[in-house]
Design a binder for this molecule. Structure first.
Ligand SMILES: C[S@@+](CC[C@H](N)C(=O)[O-])C[C@H]1O[C@@H](n2cnc3c(N)ncnc32)[C@H](O)[C@@H]1O
Length: 303
């Protein structure tokens, strides 16, 4: 098993909102190293069923090994949750998503996400498909790069950094670092993570994938089923908040304002849950986490 680890974020809150019960079906669409999954498997017991998905084949393998000793029915899929509608999965009791990257992406230089070592600039979760960040930069126009830096990283001085990034010479993580240093001077250490994040979101098409998940996911819930999403970026949290809010509104008669169709979903979190300072101290990667949850309400059977 990989020596790299990832500490599951907001584990107690995830468990209390998702509330997995013995015999239930759990779908974890961002399995990572299986930290949250291990806790789900403990709860659903040997009569439960677990389905895990991850775009990163290496993480998926590590999680599979880590979870091998649980005896319930388990399935592991290598894929992107963008493909959820095509995966023909069963209705589930719990759907969990813990967005973004895992610690090994940052800690293992081979994955091409770190700016602490010089490695080819990759930034893909799924290294079996799509183009690397270096390949994208080789072809992107300055205007494309500026848009990505501004939209996904809220990067100040985006144009100056993009001039260097658009030369076609950015192949490694250090090439990118040098562009940011040349453009931002003493501000570079605080800008660099924003630039990496912006490129990562673009290369993995993260916001579009999340939109698909937010459309397809709630429909996969059984009556009473819970969908729980952990996000780490304001753009992601806004999408989750808007989708969950609109799903939890009843349809109303336009003339009378009376409820014509009751809401099929109920919010379990009016405000997002965030980690306590203690958790952030122990696991700094938890600092920007926002947790939101939704429940599919049981339909009222007609008399
Ligand atoms: C924050 S980590 C999950 C950590 C996990 N909860 C744990 O406790 O070990 C996010 C994982 O989701 C994967 N991922 C990110 N975007 C994805 C997507 N669109 N589809 C499938 N997996 C994705 C990443 O490869 C990474 O392994």
């Amino acid at each position: 098993m990989s020596a790299l680890t990832h500490t599951p974020v907001l584990l107690n809150s995830v468990l209390s909102l998702s509330d997995p019960q013995p015999g239930e079906i759990v779908l974890d669409v961002t399995l990572g190293l299986g930290g949250h999954a291990a806790a789900f498997l403990e709860r659903i017991g040997r009569d439960g069923r677990f389905i895990g998905l991850d775009a990163d084949a290496e993480n998926l393998r590590s999680a599979e090994e880590r979870l091998a000793h649980f005896s319930c029915q388990k399935e592991f899929h290598h894929g992107n949750f963008r493909e959820l509608p095509a995966l023909q999965l069963p209705q589930v009791d719990v759907l969990f998503a813990d967005l973004g990257l895992s610690s090994p992406h940052v800690d293992d230089p081979k994955r091409g996400f770190t700016f602490r070592e010089e490695v080819p600039l990759d930034l893909r979760y799924d290294r079996t498909s799509g183009q690397t960040a270096a390949a994208w930069l080789a072809r992107a126009s300055e205007a494309d790069i500026v848009r990505v830096l501004r939209e996904y990283g809220e990067v100040r001085g985006a144009r100056r950094i993009a001039v260097c990034m658009a030369t076609g010479e950015v192949r490694t993580t250090f090439d990118l670092k040098r562009c940011v240093e040349a453009a931002c001077g003493w501000r570079a250490p605080s800008v660099l993570p924003q630039v990496f994040q912006a490129l990562r979101i673009a290369i993995n098409d993260e916001l579009h994938a999340l939109e698909v998940l937010l459309q397809a996911g709630p429909e996969l819930l059984r009556e009473g089923g819970r969908m729980v999403v952990l996000s780490y970026h304001s753009l992601e949290d806004r999408l989750v908040k808007q989708a969950f809010r609109s799903l939890s509104l009843p349809e109303k008669d336009t003339e009378t304002g009376a409820v014509s169709v009751p809401a099929r979903f109920a919010l379990l979190t009016r405000k997002p849950l965030a980690p306590e300072p203690d958790e952030v101290r122990e696991n700094p990667r938890a600092r920007s986490a926002h947790l939101r949850a939704l429940r599919r309400v049981a339909s009222i059977s007609p008399h």
